[in-house]
Design a protein around this ligand. Structure first.
Ligand code: SF4
Length: 334
């Protein structure tokens, strides 16, 4: 397979590159993804869809209904209908409906707490903890009249794609931009296993959020920082915490300079690989340290433990291209 430099880059890709360049190479240049679906990703995506649907229903009166082909009783998609906004009970019911639809018939591993039932309970817990009608953080009205719910961006960087010469795009997708505490905050929900005393401290330097604040300001929207809401999901209980993390201009500017340095390093490494044609340990080096065991082991852990990683990868991985803007994976036909 011929390597291609990504047209679009996001915070998660750069975080992977910084933690382990070899993992970036395998994931985003070779496009290797585990054949076994990841329960954390699947459950997290379903939860985010449900939260978004409830917000759209409550603030915009938008509800989904099935869409049928004219010659069939089969559902071919979903379309929005508009009802009166401001009905929190119906809005949460809409959120649950969408969460269940997104979760589908996914088979949750028995040891995981992120079953459909527990995820639906987590959404109800979220809206009990932060009731729509009393939430002090509510989506702002955007230029053009839309609410700040699920805001996507893709902004050109002053760096060129080494394959095409086009500007590389930096993209992201925020859960919401809310008015909160006399300011505007990017708001993000995180589903986690547990919320310890240090949970709230981890966001102050987080590049994902600095990038969101940068993009918000680039769109001419005031942004004071981020409001992160953590929801812990265990088999027996739920819990929640929220953290407020500010982003002054100097911090955004430092993040931006740092991000460009990292992307340029990635470009240089990619060019060196294309010129040399051989992947050695001097290019896209393995971390072989903490990154291998963080988040209950890197997905390539067993491959990196094997002398013959290729055989292991061929057996357990498929080629799927991740689009960070659309958040979709497309199977690459060999
Ligand atoms: S197991 Fe370690 S070295 Fe291998 S790809 Fe993952 S983080 Fe990198």
């Amino acid at each position: 397979m011929q390597l291609k430099f990504p047209d679009i880059i996001d915070a998660s890709m750069l975080s992977t590159y910084k933690s382990c360049a070899r993992k970036f190479y395998l994931t985003h240049l070779e496009h290797l993804k585990a054949k076994e679906p990841n329960v954390h990703l699947h459950a997290g995506k379903s939860f985010a869809s449900g939260i978004e649907a409830a917000r759209r229903a409550y603030y915009e009166g938008k509800y989904t209904v099935p869409f049928f082909a004219s010659d069939s009783k089969n559902v071919v998609g979903y379309e929005f209908i508009t009802k009166a906004p401001g009905d929190s009970e119906s809005a949460v019911a809409e959120g649950l409906k969408v969460l269940m639809r997104e979760y589908g018939d996914f088979s949750c591993p028995p040891e995981s707490a992120k079953s459909l039932e527990r995820m639906a309970g987590a959404l109800e817990f979220y809206y009990t903890s932060y009731p729509l009608e009393h939430d002090s953080a509510f989506p702002i009205e955007m230029p053009g009249g839309k609410r700040g719910i699920e805001f996507s961006f893709a902004l050109p960087l002053p760096l060129k794609n080494p394959d095409t010469g086009d500007p590389i795009l930096y993209c992201g997708r925020m859960d919401a931009i809310t008015a909160f505490a006399s300011g505007h905050f990017v708001t993000d929900e995180k589903t986690v296993a547990s919320l310890g005393p240090s949970w709230a401290r981890q966001w102050d330097l987080r590049s994902q959020f600095s990038g969101y604040c940068w993009a918000t300001r680039e769109h001419g929207i005031r942004c004071d920082g981020v409001l992160v809401r953590g929801i812990s999901i265990l088999k027996t209980k739920y819990d929640t915490q929220q953290a407020v993390s500010y982003r002054p201009d100097w911090q955004i500017n430092r993040w931006y300079s740092n991000m460009l340095v990292v992307v340029q390093r990635l470009i240089d490494e990619y060019i060196a690989l294309c010129r040399g044609g051989v992947l050695s340990e001097t290019l896209f080096e393995h971390n072989l340290d903490d990154a291998c065991i963080s988040y209950s082991n890197c997905g390539f852990y067993d491959a990196c433990r094997s002398e013959d990683a290729t055989t292991w990868l061929v057996t357990n991985f498929a080629r799927k291209k991740w689009n960070p803007l659309l958040r979709t994976e497309t199977v690459i036909e060999e």
